[in-house]
Design a protein around this ligand. Structure first.
Ligand code: COA
Length: 372
């Protein structure tokens, strides 16, 4: 039954938001190569996922203005992040509880009318980068940097994180990474968000569910582990011996394999290109070269393909992002897809409540506790 194969290849809902067909990914009908090759902005892609059409110039300006006007977080939320900025706390747990807190502080959180849901969606989307950058800086003992409303989503995030304006190449790289992670059909966290939405609960509860699901190492948690592995291999000194030892002891190599893609992960080539471009001629080139070695070994020995998490690790590292918050960057992008799916679920809702196949005992006799 489903439990053993993880519902592999089961169709659980209809959607117009994204599709994976023949190992290729599209958002609302636009192949990701179309969006990448034409340098679509992340803001355009969020709009596309939420509205199922690309915005006109006026629509985009209005949308971008709304996002920018909501970048800031309240002092109460910042205080809460400060309390959670101790190093032993898991960054994804901090993000999960902070997003939950946004729902507590939004007095309209229980209103699920179309207008209120839209306002909550904008708030969530706009505040994620501020929460993440604030957390990352506080955790390193640095003062948070206020968001800048004159900067776009990717540029503003890098500015808040690193305390200086990013270069155009850095902005382009993060923008592309955000576009590539924005949505991915019925991945585990999106499915979890839709199940939660199907009970007609509030949007903050749905996104909190999704963040908790993305945290796991078989899902979003893999990209953080990829960079840890690159560091370990560099220290170890022999890529092949390191990988062989791991594989011989049945360990999974993070950033490889995929439940749906078998021949290629269509997002990976763009991240590989970016990793190469960003590291070329710099001291970080070592990470790119090491990644290529690992990719070749995994293909030759196991026939496994790199997934979206593999080269994104190097891209994020070069952008000045600490590996401990890689999965938060994933969440910062994927929240756009979660929200699109939550709204789609709400518009045509049916409670998601499957059945299980009971394989335990039946008709047992109750024995009083003193006689057991
Ligand atoms: N390293 C080593 N072996 C792997 C592997 C990896 N990353 N991914 C899959 N395999 C092997 C499994 O050991 C299994 O081999 P077997 O048939 O000899 O037992 C086979 O490939 C099928 O893997 P399985 O885990 O059953 O596939 P799945 O569809 O359940 O899992 C993932 C898909 C993504 C969970 C899995 O590939 C994985 O754990 N990858 C690493 C984590 C990761 O990068 N996650 C991010 C996904 S975007």
């Amino acid at each position: 039954m489903g439990e053993e194969n993880g519902l592999k290849d089961q169709i659980a809902c209809n959607t117009r938001i994204s599709s994976i067909i023949d190992d290729d990914l599209s958002y609302a009908g636009y192949n990701i190569s179309e969006l990448m090759d034409n340098n679509a902005s992340f803001e355009e892609v969020i709009y596309l996922l939420w509205n199922l059409h690309l915005p006109t110039q006026i629509e985009l300006k209005h949308f971008v203005d709304e996002l920018r006007a909501n970048y800031a977080i309240s002092d109460a939320v910042e205080q809460c992040i400060l309390i959670q900025s101790r190093r032993h706390l898991h960054p994804m747990s901090v993000l999960r509880s902070t997003v939950s807190l946004l729902g507590v502080y939004n007095i309209n959180a229980e209103d699920n009318s179309v207008e209120a849901t839209y306002e909550q969606s904008i708030q969530l989307m706009a505040k994620m980068p501020t929460i993440i950058a604030t957390f990352a800086r506080l955790r390193m003992g640095l003062t948070p940097v206020e968001p800048r409303e004159d900067l776009g989503f990717a540029a503003n995030f890098l500015y808040m994180l690193n305390g200086e304006e990013p270069t155009p190449l850095q902005v382009t790289a993060l923008n592309k990474a955000l576009v590539l992670h924005a949505d991915h059909e019925l991945n585990a966290s999106t499915f979890a968000a839709r199940v939660t939405a199907s009970t007609l609960t509030d949007i903050y509860s749905c996104v909190t569910t999704a963040i908790g699901t993305l945290k796991g190492p078989l899902h979003g948690g893999a990209n953080e582990k990829v960079f840890d592995m690159l560091r370990e291999i560099r220290e170890h000194g022999n890529t092949e011996v390191y990988l062989k030892e791991k594989l011989d002891s049945q360990e999974k190599i993070m950033g490889f394999g995929h439940r749906v893609y078998k021949t290629q992960d269509p997002r990976e080539k763009y991240l590989r290109e970016m990793a190469q471009q960003l590291t070329q001629g710099t001291e970080d080139e070592v990470w790119f070269n090491l990644s290529c070695e690992i990719e070749a070994y995994m293909k030759n020995t196991k026939g496994l393909i790199p997934n979206v998490d593999f080269y994104s690790a190097t891209v994020y590292h070069v952008l000045g992002i600490d590996s401990s918050i890689f999965t938060l960057i994933f969440a910062m992008s994927r929240v756009s897809g979660w929200i699109a799916h939550i709204q789609e679920q709400q518009k045509n809702n049916k409670l998601i409540r499957p059945r299980s196949h009971y394989i335990g005992q039946l008709n047992l006799e109750y024995i009083p506790i003193g006689k057991r």
